[in-house]
Design a protein around this ligand. Structure first.
Ligand code: EPZ
Length: 430
């Protein structure tokens, strides 16, 4: 089982290129099968989740040609299978996007119930509410969600919770329905906007993405397109928090600074200097971080996917900080692991009360989910001594070459798969 081994205590300094947004890519790849013409996608991250999605798309009979590490050509004119239940697709939450794509195009779909991080219940009732409102009948049998309709007709849908997945999935199903659909209380994340732009590039008629009311006029067919995915707001934020926690100086490049505003604002409150340019943000942290309070919210609020990372940084700040997780009900599981590194954090329900400590000390910890895993890597990079991060498969679902990029910023980190390699690393970095 591969692990990361890290020797902490080195401020991270330098520039890092940010890749394509995982949570935009997963939706865009799924929607690419809605056209019968060739779709070219670029700036796709090379991660376990996107690769699993490509395998699932291929299993439907669609033609998938990986033209490069970050580019793919998809032609779905020969799809012959509308039920997807292979093992790898069970691992990713975004498998449900294939439901919206197949239902929207073929009016029938079957997809295995989604997997994903264990950060909460993660129901899909709002997705089903939207599909049903459009005229589909949806049943869950033997672990498969089956959705079918004689035809889909536009509807006025009010989401009970702000849901990225449901907003995207309903947009997909409505894009080829008859008539108009309005989605109220829609999610406004950058990847929701990127997804709507992608559908429109194939001939969809979607307006209002990025606001809480999205209007869709159904169209008959989609044509082919060439599309470049936006940069990953959360990968960029993760490196920004790594700069803050290690008292470093990192410039994240190939980003959209506006997407990072809530993160930059918190870093300024914590005493970091932020310099923005057109497509880069520089974070400099020269002294001990100051405490602050954070509440995760739907975009443009502070992102839930950046909650573990800022908690790690605040664990080293002066004073008491409070982090409230308002999106998922079980997203502080990593605190037990962080405590093994010396953190002083008390979790009460959806709130973490953080008493800053002078330092973390290296330990063997396990990544409970994707973003918490990345946060534990940040903690290990600041810690005195050596750390081993286990279960890095979760981390590699959503970060491409994390160890490589961190080494280029001066980190002592290696991916190993034996205790012997860990000993060799320790000798090399003694
Ligand atoms: C997407 O998950 C992301 N995943 C998550 O990122 C991200 O944390 C989340 O959006 C919020 O931004 C992908 O895009 C693949 P939601 P999603 O539907 O769509 C509740 C990562 O680290 N809800 O916006 O599943 C839900 O339980 C991952 O990259 C319902 O109640 O999230 C949650 O409390 C982790 N019913 C809240 O809404 C539903 O039908 C927000 O969930 C759907 C959601």
């Amino acid at each position: 089982m591969e692990k990361y081994v890290i020797k902490g205590g080195v401020p991270l300094v330098g520039e890092v290129e940010i890749g394509g947004a995982k949570n935009a890519a997963l939706a865009i790849l799924a929607a690419a099968i809605m056209s019968d013409e060739t779709v070219y996608i670029d700036n796709m991250p090379d991660e376990a989740d996107t690769n699993a999605m490509l395998q699932a798309i291929s299993s439907t009979g669609a033609f998938v040609d990986r033209t490069g590490r970050h580019s793919v050509k998809i032609n779905a004119s020969q799809i012959h299978d509308y039920t997807i239940e292979n093992d790898y697709i069970k691992k990713i939450r975004a498998s449900y996007y294939l439901l919206g794509a197949l239902l929207g195009k073929y009016k029938k779909a079957g997809v295995v119930l989604p997997g994903g991080c264990n950060i909460g219940l993660r129901p899909i009732d709002q997705h089903i509410k939207g599909f049903t409102a459009l005229g589909a009948s949806v049943n869950i049998e033997h672990g498969i969600i089956d959705a079918r309709a004689d035809k889909l007709v536009g509807s006025h849908i009010y989401l009970d919770v702000v849901s990225v997945g449901a907003t995207i999935n309903i947009m997909m199903a409505a894009a080829m329905a008859e008539g108009k659909t309005i989605i109220e209380n829609a999610a406004k994340e950058p990847h929701v906007v990127d997804f709507a732009n992608f559908l429109n590039s194939m001939g969809a008629n979607i307006k209002g993405a990025g606001t809480d009311v999205i209007r869709i006029k159904g169209v008959e067919k989609f044509h082919g397109t060439e599309y470049t995915i936006i940069p990953d707001q959360i990968e960029a934020g993760t490196f920004m928090l790594a700069a803050a926690a290690t008292k470093g100086d990192i410039t994240v490049k190939n980003v959209i600074p506006k997407h990072l505003e809530s993160i930059s604002a918190k870093l300024i409150e914590m005493g970091c200097q932020i310099q923005e340019s057109d497509d880069a943000v520089r974070v400099v942290a020269t002294r001990r971080l100051q405490n602050t309070h954070v509440k995760t919210l739907p975009y443009p609020g502070y992102p839930t996917d950046m909650q573990p990372q800022i908690t790690v940084a605040l664990g080293l700040a002066s004073g008491i900080s409070i982090v409230t997780e308002s999106i998922f009900e079980n997203r502080f599981k990593y605190v037990d692991e962080l405590t093994r590194m010396g953190a002083s954090i008390k979790v009460e329900g959806s709130t973490a009360i953080i008493e800053g400590v002078d330092k973390y000390t290296g330990a063997v910890v396990s990544a409970p989910d994707l973003r918490a895993g990345a946060a534990l890597v940040i903690a290990a990079l600041t810690a005195e001594g050596y750390s081993t991060i286990e279960d890095i498969k979760y981390i590699e679902r959503g970060y491409e070459d994390l160890d490589v990029k961190l080494r280029e910023l001066g980190a002592h980190i290696e991916k190993v798969d034996s205790d012997r390699d860990i000993q060799k690393f320790k000798l090399k970095n003694a």
